[in-house]
Design a protein around this ligand. Sequence first.
Ligand SMILES: [Zn+2]
Length: 152
Amino acid sequence: MIFNLPDFRVINTEFLAGELRRIIVESTFPPGCPGCGVISSRRKAGRLQRIRDIPVAGAVELVWAKRRWFCDEVLCGRKSFSEAAPQVPRFARSTARLKQDLVSAVIDSGRAVSETASAYGGVLVAGPAGLGLCRRPAAGCGPAASPDARDR
Ligand SMILES: [Zn+2]
């Protein structure tokens, strides 16, 4: 199966109900400390985070096995940080290509933002990381609901 999200590789695929697949990916992007820029090589624990993405490979639930890393720079104030990649920047919960697709869809079609977002299966919300797609508006997609808020 081709799942070409730049700077990520697929580490596991599970079949869920029906046609739905869960794709677990990890970042291959060098983990640079946001405090000092030094690339870390000492891994801390990680956690799974769901990432919203464009429907490239059918019905897919994308999960990022996101690691935390230690920063060993003596002069750096950060002891650890979680990784990020160009397609999923720090604090983002959807891929850059999904956001780009949403923006393009709005511009190209002239449709309303809300209409376009619903075609992608959610509503568009403005958050700290820019526009995002909220698939479960009832559960809340604001900054308060984001587990990444802990990383600040
Ligand atoms: Zn650092």
